[in-house]
Ligand binder design. Structure first.
Ligand SMILES: *[C@@H]1O[C@H](CO)[C@@H](O)[C@H](O)[C@H]1NC(C)=O
Ligand SMILES: *[C@@H]1O[C@H](CO)[C@@H](O)[C@H](O)[C@H]1NC(C)=O
Ligand SMILES: *[C@@H]1O[C@H](CO)[C@@H](O)[C@H](O)[C@H]1NC(C)=O
Ligand SMILES: *[C@@H]1O[C@H](CO)[C@@H](O)[C@H](O)[C@H]1NC(C)=O
Ligand SMILES: *[C@@H]1O[C@H](CO)[C@@H](O)[C@H](O)[C@H]1NC(C)=O
Ligand SMILES: *[C@@H]1O[C@H](CO)[C@@H](O)[C@H](O)[C@H]1NC(C)=O
Ligand SMILES: *[C@@H]1O[C@H](CO)[C@@H](O)[C@H](O)[C@H]1NC(C)=O
Ligand SMILES: *[C@@H]1O[C@H](CO)[C@@H](O)[C@H](O)[C@H]1NC(C)=O
Length: 367
C-alpha cells in the first residue's frame, strides 16, 4: 500500500515537473520553447519540459556544463547558452541532446574543454557558434583536440570569430566534411599554415577579415587553393607591401573571382604604400625589384671599374716601355747578339760533332 502511494507520489511529481516550468524560466508548450534569460542562474535549471525544442538559457552566470546538464532533453533542436560565464565543459556534455541542430556557445569564457566534451554530440548538428567563446587563445588547443576527435558530418556553419586566435592547429576542421561557412574574423591570425584548413572540401565561404595577416606565404596560398569552391573574405588585415607581398599580389590577380573583397584589399605598411590597392602592387615597382636592379647595376659598375683600372695599368706599362725604349732597344740588340753568339757556337760544335771527317781530323789531330 505504502509502496503504491509512494509510486503515485513519484508519478505525480514527475507529471508536475513535466507540465510545469523551472523557476525563473518562461515556457511555451505551443511554441515548444523555454527561455531562461538574464535571470542570474548559476547552473542549468532542472525540470525543463520534455517537449522543449528551443531552449534559451542566456545572459546568466552559469560557469560549468556537463553530461547531467541536458539529460532527458531528447527533443531540443536549438540550444543557446550565449552570454554566460561558462568556463568548463566536461566529458560528453551534449550527448543527451539527440536531435540537436544548433548550438550557440557564444560570449562565454571557456578555459577547460575536456577532450571528449563534444563526443556523442548529435550527428544532426548543423550550426555551432563559438564566437567570443574562448577565455583566451590558450584554449584553442583543447578546443581543436576536442573537435578533431569526433566527426561532425552534417555541420554546415562554424563561427569562431572574436576569439583572439593566434594560430589554427592543423586538422582542426578535418572531420567537418559538410562545412559550408567558416567564420574566423576578428582574431589575431598571422598565418595560415599547411593543413590548417584540411578536409574542408565543401566550404563555400571563409571569412578571415580583421586578423593580423601581413601577407600569405606560398604555404598559406596553397592552403587557400585547397578549398576549391570557397569564396574568401580577406579585408581589414595589416597587409605589408614589401617584397614578401608579391606572390600574394599575383595570386590575388589570378583569384579575383574567388576573393569577394579583392578590390578592397589595401596595404597598411609601409607608410608610403598605405591605402594602395594590393591588386596594383604587382604593377608598381616594389623596393625589392629596385634593389635587384640596383644590385645588377652595382655589379656592372664594378666590372666597368675593374676594366678601367686594368686599362690604366696597361697604359702605364706601355708608357714605361716607351720611356725606356732606348735601353730596351739596346737590350734587345744585346740579347740578339748574345743569341747569335750562342747559336753560332752551337752551330759550329754541331757541325764539328756531326761531320765524321771533321771528327776524324780532330781525333787524328789530337793523336
Ligand atoms: C519529444 O516529443 C515527442 C512528440 O512531440 C513526445 O512524444 C516525446 O515524449 C518527447 N520526448 C520527451 C523526452 O519528452
Ligand atoms: C533553430 O536553428 C536553426 C538552424 O539550425 C535556425 O534556422 C532556426 O531559426 C532556429 N530556431 C530558433 C527558434 O531559434
Ligand atoms: C556514446 O556513443 C557510443 C556509441 O557511439 C555509446 O556506446 C556510448 O554509450 C555513448 N556514451 C554516452 C555517454 O552517451
Ligand atoms: C554567433 O553569435 C554571435 C553573437 O552572439 C552572433 O553575432 C553571430 O551572428 C552568430 N553567428 C552565426 C553564424 O549565427
Ligand atoms: C589563459 O588563461 C589561463 C587560465 O587563466 C592561463 O593559465 C593562461 O596563462 C592564459 N593564457 C594566456 C596566453 O594568457
Ligand atoms: C573583436 O573582438 C573583440 C573581442 O575579442 C571585441 O572586443 C571587438 O569589439 C571585436 N571587434 C569587432 C569589429 O567585432
Ligand atoms: C587610408 O584610408 C583611411 C580610411 O579610408 C584613412 O582614414 C587614412 O587617412 C588613409 N591614409 C592615407 C595615408 O591615405
Ligand atoms: C593581372 O594579370 C593579367 C594577366 O593575367 C595582367 O594583364 C594584368 O595586368 C594583371 N593586373 C594587375 C593589376 O596586375
Amino acid at each position: 500500500m505504502l509502496h503504491l502511494t509512494s509510486r503515485f507520489v513519484f508519478c505525480a511529481l514527475l507529471a508536475s515537473v513535466y507540465a510545469s516550468c523551472p523557476p525563473r524560466c518562461e515556457c511555451s508548450e505551443a511554441a515548444q520553447t523555454v527561455k531562461c534569460v538574464s535571470k542570474d542562474l548559476r547552473s542549468i535549471p532542472t525540470g525543463i519540459p520534455g517537449y522543449t525544442r528551443n531552449l534559451f538559457i542566456t545572459g546568466n552566470q552559469i560557469s560549468r556544463i556537463g553530461p547531467e546538464s541536458f539529460r532527458g532533453l531528447d527533443n531540443v533542436t536549438n540550444l543557446s547558452l550565449s552570454n554566460n560565464r561558462i568556463s568548463e565543459m566536461e566529458f560528453h556534455t551534449f550527448s543527451g541532446l539527440l536531435r540537436l541542430r544548433s548550438l550557440d556557445l557564444s560570449n562565454n569564457q571557456l578555459t577547460i574543454i575536456h577532450p571528449e566534451a563534444f563526443s556523442n554530440i548529435s550527428q544532426s548538428l548543423r550550426e555551432l557558434n563559438l564566437s567570443r567563446a574562448l577565455y583566451n587563445y590558450s584554449s584553442v588547443m583543447d578546443l581543436a583536440a576536442s573537435l578533431q576527435r569526433i566527426s561532425m558530418a552534417n555541420l554546415q556553419v562554424l563561427d569562431l570569430s572574436d576569439n583572439s586566435l593566434i594560430y589554427l592547429p592543423s586538422h582542426t576542421f578535418s572531420r567537418m566534411y559538410s562545412l559550408r561557412r567558416l567564420q574566423l574574423s576578428n582574431n589575431s591570425l598571422v598565418a595560415i599554415r599547411s593543413l590548417a584548413l584540411s578536409g574542408l572540401e565543401s566550404l563555400e565561404e571563409l571569412d578571415l577579415t580583421l586578423n593580423a595577416l601581413k601577407t600569405f606565404t606560398d604555404e598559406g596560398l596553397q592552403e587557400l587553393d585547397s578549398l576549391p569552391r570557397a569564396s574568401l573574405l580577406l579585408g581589414k588585415n595589416p597587409f605589408t607591401c614589401t617584397c614578401g607581398i608579391e606572390p600574394f599580389a599575383q595570386w590575388l590577380n589570378r583569384s579575383q573571382d574567388r576573393v569577394r573583397d579583392a578590390e578592397g584589399l589595401l596595404c597598411a605598411f609601409p607608410p608610403s604604400m598605405r591605402n594602395t590597392s594590393i591588386l596594383t602592387v604587382g604593377m608598381l615597382t616594389l623596393e625589392c625589384q629596385q634593389r635587384d636592379v640596383g644590385a645588377d647595376l652595382a655589379l656592372q659598375t664594378s666590372y666597368v671599374f675593374l676594366g678601367i683600372v686594368l686599362g690604366f695599368i696597361g697604359l702605364i706599362f706601355l708608357l714605361v716601355l716607351y720611356l725606356n725604349r732606348k735601353g730596351i732597344k739596346k737590350r734587345v740588340y744585346d740579347m740578339r747578339d748574345a743569341c747569335r753568339e750562342v747559336w753560332e757556337g752551337y752551330h759550329y760544335r754541331f757541325e764539328i760533332d756531326s761531320d765524321p771527317r771533321l771528327s776524324q781530323v780532330s781525333t787524328s789531330a789530337d793523336a
